[in-house]
Design a protein around this ligand. Structure first.
Ligand SMILES: [Cu+2]
Length: 285
C-alpha cells in the first residue's frame, strides 16, 4: 500500500502487472499448443513448416504486448474513473526514465533476437523459404542433388506446368512427389504473374524473360491450391488450380499418364528453354 495525504491507495502498477502476468501465462500456451497447429500455411512442405513455426513464434510474442495495452487501458477505465467535481486534469507527464529505458531495452532485444532467429532459419533450415531466388539461387536445400525440375508458365490467364526431365510433357495439372526436392522454374509468356502455391509455402514472381527458381520439399501428401498473386488483368481470378503432392509411385504413374495424354502435342511444343520471351533473331541495320 502507498499512502498519499493519509489515504491508503492500492498499488496500481503491481495490480496491472499481476493481471497481465496471469493472462499471459494462460494465453501463450493456448496460442502455441491450441491455435498454433491451425496457423497457416500448414506443414505440407519443409518450407511451409518453417513459415508456420515463424507465425506461431510471432503470434506468441505479440499477444502479450496486445494484452499489456488492453490490461492497462481496461484497468485505467475502472480504477481511475471519476465523475462530477472530481474530474480535473492531472499534472502534466514529464516522462519516466525507468519506464522508457525498460521499453527500449525490451523491444530492442526482441527485435534483434527475431532478426537473428529469422536470418538463421532463412539460411540454415528454410534455404530460401519458398521464395523465388532468380536464375542462380544461392540457398540450395538439403537433397537438391536429386531435385526434380518443374517449369511453371504463367500467361493470361492460365498456368501450365512442364516436366523437362520426365519426357518433357506439359500439363495443366500440377503434381509433385513427396520427400523429394522440387525445383520450380517460374516464368511468364506475357506479363508479370506470381506463382502462389500457398499450402507449399511457395510464392515466386513469374516474369517474362526471367527464370525464377524456387525450391520446395514436400513432407506430406495432399492437396494444395495454386493462385496468381499479381493482378494480371480481367481473368486474374481464373488462374486458380488444385495441385497434389503424391507418393513416389502414384506420382510416377500420374506422370506416365500425363505423358501419354500429351504425346500428340509434345512435338508442337517449342524446345525446352528457361524462358520463352520472344527475342529478335536478327536486327535490321
Ligand atoms: Cu496472373
Amino acid at each position: 500500500m502507498i499512502t498519499v495525504a493519509g489515504q491508503r491507495l492500492p498499488r496500481h502498477g503491481v495490480w496491472m502487472g499481476a493481471i497481465w502476468l496471469v493472462l499471459t501465462a494462460i494465453s501463450v500456451p493456448l496460442i502455441v499448443f491450441v491455435l498454433g497447429p491451425h496457423l497457416p500455411p500448414g506443414r505440407m512442405t519443409a518450407e511451409a513448416s518453417d513459415q508456420t513455426s515463424a507465425n506461431i513464434v510471432l503470434t506468441a510474442l505479440l499477444f502479450p504486448l496486445l494484452l499489456l495495452v488492453v490490461v492497462v487501458f481496461s484497468y485505467s477505465l475502472v480504477a481511475f474513473r471519476q465523475t462530477g467535481a472530481a474530474v480535473e486534469d492531472g499534472p502534466p507527464l514529464r516522462g519516466h526514465g525507468p519506464t522508457q529505458a525498460t521499453w527500449l531495452v525490451f523491444t530492442g532485444v526482441t527485435v534483434i533476437a527475431l532478426a537473428v532467429w529469422g536470418s538463421y532459419t532463412l539460411v540454415q533450415t528454410a534455404r530460401g523459404a519458398g521464395g523465388g531466388q532468380g536464375p542462380s539461387p544461392t540457398d540450395l536445400p538439403k537433397g537438391h542433388q536429386t531435385r526434380m525440375q518443374i517449369q511453371v508458365l504463367g500467361q493470361q490467364w492460365e498456368w501450365t506446368f512442364r516436366y523437362p526431365t520426365l519426357g518433357d510433357f506439359e500439363t495443366r495439372q500440377l503434381a509433385l512427389p513427396v520427400n523429394r526436392v522440387t525445383e520450380f522454374h517460374v516464368t511468364s509468356l506475357d506479363i508479370t504473374h506470381s506463382f502462389w502455391a500457398y499450402g507449399l509455402g511457395v510464392k515466386a514472381d513469374a516474369v517474362p524473360g526471367v527464370d525464377n527458381i524456387a525450391f520446395v520439399t514436400p513432407k506430406r501428401t495432399g492437396k494444395f491450391t495454386v493462385r496468381c498473386a499479381e493482378l494480371c488483368g480481367l481473368w486474374h481470378g481464373h488462374m486458380y488450380r488444385t495441385g497434389y503432392v503424391m507418393s513416389q509411385s502414384d506420382f510416377m504413374s500420374w506422370a506416365s499418364q500425363q505423358k501419354a495424354a500429351d504425346a500428340a502435342n509434345v512435338h508442337d511444343l517449342p524446345p525446352y528453354s528457361r524462358t520463352y520471351f520472344p527475342k529478335p533473331q536478327h536486327r535490321a541495320g
